[in-house]
Design a protein around this ligand. Sequence first.
Ligand SMILES: C[S@@+](CC[C@H](N)C(=O)[O-])C[C@H]1O[C@@H](n2cnc3c(N)ncnc32)[C@H](O)[C@@H]1O
Length: 330
Amino acid sequence: MTALRGTLPIPGFSVEKEIIKPVNVSSVPQRSIFRYPGGKTWFVPTFRKWFDSVNARPAILVEPFAGGGIISLTALFDKLVSKVVMVELDEEIAAVWQAIISGNANWLAKRILSFDLTRENVIEEISNKTSSVKEKAFQTILKNRTFHGGILANGSGFLKHGENGKGIKSRWYPETLARRLDDISHLANKIDFRCEDGIKVMKEYASHNNVRYFIDPPYTAGGKKAGNRLYRHCELDHEELFKVCETLKGDFLMTYDNAEEVKALARKHGFQMRLIPMTNTHHATMEELVIGKNLTWLDKLPAAHEPLVNYKDEVLIVKTKISKHSRVRQ
Ligand SMILES: C[S@@+](CC[C@H](N)C(=O)[O-])C[C@H]1O[C@@H](n2cnc3c(N)ncnc32)[C@H](O)[C@@H]1O
């Protein structure tokens, strides 16, 4: 994250203010074989900072909505934890992690290297009904790499133009994918993968001290549509998720879209929030929410904006805030 200096335009004052720029994702090692919609490669530097902010390292990282798993993989490659628990409900995504963990990373790599990628061959391959986990894993990788935005949810289709007019081939990098599979295979014994409900697994670990959680749910709170298009499993009881977060002995970080419904839940459960800039797939800069128990190590980031109020309501709001301050960790 690059910090620039600016000055607040208040007469008589010259206060140094830092403007935080979005992370350039090309500076982050890409470990996952997925190009994942809503993937958190851009969050990696903040995730590392979270681990740097305390001396004691937890033994386990639980990622209840793992998707492409870039955060869990980073935690293992950087030796931040000795084990990760990755949870993902989507069976197609799950097949990839299960194939790697069961020793089939090399098989997958060979299959990728020898596949002649044409539209016809992809259609033929993905229409084969199979009960083999490794075959399903290969089909998932093919779809993820040739479908628009890497989206596997119903209604998704092939990349049309792709990068440089290369069409469905534009995200197919066989050697790179084979190398990533090989790298991950060396850490596979440190991955506990579960194709289950992430909230259920969080409850299982809730009483453990030596655990941290990186929580990146589908962004569907308050009936938001964005997450609906991207994932097959997008319905989630967001209130329940926040309730479970309150019971966790270990620390957690949660990322969400900057939506009023989410901020209301965070306030209700007494969590802190910061706004973090990111660049979306359309190269636009936007802000996402980081939520946690104590985010003082993120103090360079702005706090989440409070709702706008009318002038005559302001006195009331200020009073409410002062009385809340004594009990809310914000
Ligand atoms: C925002 S994405 C996670 C992206 C991930 N952090 C990454 O960097 O690739 C949310 C994921 O949660 C999964 N999901 C939705 N509901 C779930 C549930 N109840 N339990 C586990 N996974 C779930 C979706 O299939 C989707 O892959």
